[in-house]
Design a protein around this ligand. Structure first.
Ligand code: 5AD
Length: 331
């Protein structure tokens, strides 16, 4: 296979400039093809399926794009009990999921002691990987959670543009966010970064910086998804991010982080359900499925979706079938 000269240039020197020059290509087909090949060489035909348990939608932050932000008074808040969280993860394991992603807003109610207890209980009862996705934590807190056997941690950096980061996040800084991601690596977690495509004022150069930051942090996982406006946020009048640009960003990330786990993000699926075929041909090798109990799933509204959860086992089977139809192997 001939490598496009711009891909070769990027491989020789991984830089924002060389990422940008790929993003600017008019014909991206050779990049998609190369990313697909690298994905195959590193992950074979496997698509790893993860179960997401959205266990609390309380959040102390005020991120301007997110439906869970604490200023959204129309959001009906819930917390699952520890027992419910453990039970749901175990049900997911029984249905065939090898990983549970425990996700929530930044909810101080769930102290690291509570989270640690939940992880230990799940691990006591079933053999399962645990990914946490519950916001920024101190080095000490992350150390404790690692001791409780958390395996992975997702904490998207959201945008690598300082100014944009500050405008969107009244409660945090990019420096703190990336520090947290570096701490995760130091502590031996598989770390997950990621960002949104289509945030207001974002340019192709911002996206190049976002992709470069994933490389700089040597992220083990990266979630890249289009921004979807939520009606109860300040960004409600902006348009959704481009699915095509999202796929391009995933493909370039695959090329520079060949071993990383890259999900076809839920938000990409929401905007691009008709084009499902393409999601796994741009370099993605992971898919996440909500297993949140039906009474809560509608309330966990980061952005509007019509995703329902009816039966964990049946939905897992349907997904496996869909993956097999794409000539991939669900795992
Ligand atoms: N559109 C798309 N993604 C969003 N997220 C939060 N709000 C939105 C939105 N409106 C993403 C963020 C966050 C993850 C849990 O969901 O990247 O890290």
């Amino acid at each position: 296979m001939n490598i496009h000269p711009k891909i070769q240039k990027l491989l020789d020197d991984i830089s924002v400039k060389n990422i940008l020059s790929l993003l600017e290509l008019d014909d991206f087909s050779s990049v998609f093809e190369y990313a697909d090949k690298i994905n195959y060489l590193n992950h074979g035909k496997y698509i790893d399926i993860r179960a997401i348990v959205e266990f609390s939608n309380y959040c102390k932050r005020k991120c301007k794009y997110c439906g869970l932000n604490s200023t959204n008074s129309s959001a009906k808040r819930y917390r699952m009990t520890e027992k419910e969280i453990i039970h749901t993860a175990i049900e997911a394991r029984k249905a065939g999921y090898l990983t549970a992603v425990l996700q929530s807003g930044e909810d101080s109610y769930f102290t690291v002691e509570k989270l640690g207890f939940i992880i230990k209980e799940i691990k006591k009862q079933v053999d399962m990987f645990i990914t946490l996705s519950c916001g920024e934590k101190t080095f000490e807190e992350l150390t404790y959670l690692k001791e409780c056997r958390a395996d992975r941690y997702l904490l998207k950096h959201e945008t690598a543009d300082d100014l944009l980061y500050d405008r969107l996040h009244p409660c945090g800084t990019l420096v703190n966010r990336t520090e947290c991601l570096r701490n995760l690596k130091k502590l031996g977690y598989e770390s997950g970064g990621g960002f949104m495509i289509g945030l207001p004022t974002q340019s192709l150069e911002t996206i190049a910086k976002d992709i470069f930051l994933l490389y700089d942090l040597q992220c083990d996982m990266a979630g890249i998804g289009p921004f979807i406006p939520h009606p109860e946020t300040e960004l409600n009048n902006y348009s959704a991010g481009s699915t095509e640009l999202t796929k391009k960003a995933v493909a370039i990330t695959r090329i520079i982080l060949p071993k990383a786990n890259l999900p076809a993000t839920t938000s990409l699926g929401v905007l691009d359900s008709k084009e499902n075929n393409n999601l796994f041909s741009c370099g993605a090798n992971v898919i996440m499925r909500k297993v949140t109990p039906p009474e809560y799933v509608k309330l966990y509204e980061i952005y509007p979706t019509d995703i329902n959860v009816k039966n964990i086992e049946e939905e897992r089977k349907e997904l496996e079938l869909a993956i097999r139809t794409l000539e991939k192997i669900p795992r």
